[in-house]
Design a protein around this ligand. Structure first.
Ligand code: GAR
Length: 207
């Protein structure tokens, strides 16, 4: 039988505040059914790498540019995941859309945090600050964050958790982004990781 604790890889590209929320949640025992065994960054300069190193988590940099194509990039990702025996992938601010060729190998084993209430302001072209710019431009009064499974449709997989956040009168995209992270993303991402890890563990016990 496999180990009872789900082996997790976190994919990052930038600041890594969601990665930090996961590390902190593991320290506090909010995440107890899974363990972050690896952080993969597609950007060698991501601050998230420093966060992982400070927490003593192994880091792999897999750059699409260095690999030469999306296909070669995804093959390298898969190889790295196999090396660490990873069972659950968490996209935490990962700015690359994974193709069906990748996602089909991990059905309901990849989760993503998106900074809006899906199905609003999501899909191709909606990432990072752009999501908040679009929400403010549209004039919605409520936004939030969503954690969902990843399939071949960008931001289209089954929703795991959502949390709403109020928009305030003088919000800028930057201010709104911070509020959505603080009030929603950093709370629901760790919760979802625990939920899914627990589910994976119980499936293993059933084997
Ligand atoms: C977060 O707001 C995350 O939801 C978003 O990018 C930011 C990354 O911040 N992700 C996407 O837009 C993916 N479509 P972080 O690096 O500090 O976690």
């Amino acid at each position: 039988m496999k180990n009872a604790t789900t082996r997790i890889a976190v994919f990052v590209s930038g600041g890594g505040t969601n990665l930090q929320a996961l590390i902190d949640a593991a320290d506090k025992g909010i995440i107890k059914s899974g363990r972050i065994e690896l952080v993969i960054s597609n950007n060698p300069d991501a601050y998230a790498i420093k966060r992982a190193e400070s927490a003593g988590i192994p880091v792999a940099v897999v750059s699409k540019k260095a690999c030469g194509s999306q296909e070669a990039f995804e093959e390298k990702l898969k190889e790295t995941l196999r090396e660490y025996d990873i069972e659950l992938i968490v996209l935490a601010g990962f700015m690359n859309i994974l193709s069906a060729n990748f996602t089909k190998d991990y059905p309901e084993r990849i989760i993503n945090v998106h900074p809006s209430l899906i199905p609003s302001f999501c899909g191709k072209g909606f990432y990072g600050l752009r999501v908040h710019e679009a929400a403010l431009e549209y004039g919605v009064k409520v936004t939030g964050a969503t954690v969902h499974f990843v399939n071949e449709i960008p931001d289209g997989g089954r929703i795991i958790l959502q949390k709403s956040v109020a928009i305030r009168k003088h919000d800028t995209p930057e201010i709104l982004q911070q509020r959505v992270m603080r009030q929603a993303e950093w709370i629901i991402l760790p919760k979802a990781v625990e939920l899914v890890s627990k589910e994976i563990n119980s499936l293993k016990k059933g084997n």
